[in-house]
Ligand binder design. Sequence first.
Ligand code: NG1
Ligand code: MG
Length: 538
Amino acid sequence: MTSNTTNNMFVPQYNILDDSAVQEKNAPVSLVDKCPKVIASFIDTYGYKPDFIAHSPGRVNLIGEHIDYADFSVLPLSLERDMLCAIKVHDLKENNNPSITLANKDKQRFAGRKFDLPLDGSPINIDPSISDWSNYFKCGLYVAQLYLKEICPEKYNVQPLNGMDVFCQGDVPVGSGLGSSSAIICAVTLGIIRANMGHGYRIPKADLLRITSVAEHYLGVNNGGMDQAASIYGQRGHALCVSFKPELKATPIQFPTMSLDWDIEFIVADTLVEVNKYDTASTNYNLRVVEVIIAANILAMHYGVVMNYDLSSNIRKGNLRDFMNAYLGLHRSQVKFEINDSIESRINQLELMLQLTEECLGDKKNGHTADEVSKALECSKEEFTREYLMLFPIRFQMLKIYKRAKHVYSEALRVIKTLQLFEETNEQTKTNNYTFYHQFGELMNGSQRSCDELYECSSVEIDKLCEIALNNGSYGSRLTGAGWGGSTVHLVPNGPNGCNVEHVKNALIEQYYKLQYPNITQEVLDNAIIVSKAAPGS
Ligand code: NG1
Ligand code: MG
């Protein structure tokens, strides 16, 4: 079938998610383009048409780095890069031996797979020790099946799921911190639910987030749920405020409108330096996690408060958010501001935490030794080692408690100030608010400085990309994701003819990519720079 006929045959309709996406009458431009292609590939592979397409995007974090594991809100955005799964459900009559066939557009990296579904409705087996793309599919399948058992126990506790043929087509770069794994998991989960519950069933987004946020745990990844929240709740023209306490949720916040012929876009530029976040010899994501847990416990000891934390978490120690809540609970009557959820109060709370950090930890700005930490925690070195240093494999010379805590509280404060900026600008209902973007850019730059100087998670390559972008018209430039390599994000105004975006993009190509990687191919370059507005979610 030619792409012309497929073009006419597919009219995207939203009919499974319960809220915003359903109301969106027109499909996003990028999907109008991609859907006919995935349908054509499906037909090429299987010889017949799919029943439907499930879709979920990747994400970039705009501000709020390395604070999700301290339970402070972060501000990601879903990208116009996504995973599409075209699916044909097998005829029920032929379903006495149900199976799933998987094909992927990128056959080279992701070869075809086929597996049977247990006949008695028991869950599929996932082996985290093998690294295969079908494991992500299986994670989606697994949590979808648990959900189906929850809503229709009489059926799904005894019956197998429907068999199906699947064709996956994704353009979220894999392994550069843009949420490719959650894009596939969310798309698959939706697809499985639709394939079994049929066309009329609508899953609430909150349920989809609840079930997918833990899906990667079956592969041994203890992620926090920011990626899935962004993928599911994405909305055109909106960033998302993902918060973790009292529960995981994502609230869309609208970007202020610009004048008619100006628009704002984000450039996401990959350093092309791949990092193994969990490598103890180099970057040490886990060391940061341990340092901020220690910081929370030293603060709690110093100020005589008892932290109240989630016992179900695998780190039963309390974090910097737990310390803040415990401290404010104890000193409610002494603090000079009202404690509530308003932006003003949250700013006051975080400013107070920054003061306490100075007061309690500021005499050791360059770090604590293990002996000094044990003393501050009033425990023996053995106890300290057992309780804190065995949480994850880590190596260190000094524990940079002060710097890490200062980053977390100041970064959480920058997120709140960004929210405040959105709120104030939207209230003014100005249509042409460049001040907003300058101030937002400044906060992004502040985040980058803090990641560099206090959290020490930037790199020469990240710094270079940010410098070039800022010198060529970006309002704000910073690393996104864990850092030490991976991707950067740049806030860029897009004028008539796309002049500024093109200008920044060309500068990055000429001054970074071509110098750093003289033999870079066009294909690698095309994948390294993504220009995207906020895209709709699953
Ligand atoms: P990336 O590098 O985008 O996978 C990681 C963590 C996030 C968050 C950021 C830093 C994983 C799977 N994700 O993101 O939860 O902590 O670093 O803000 O490790
Ligand atoms: Mg991931």
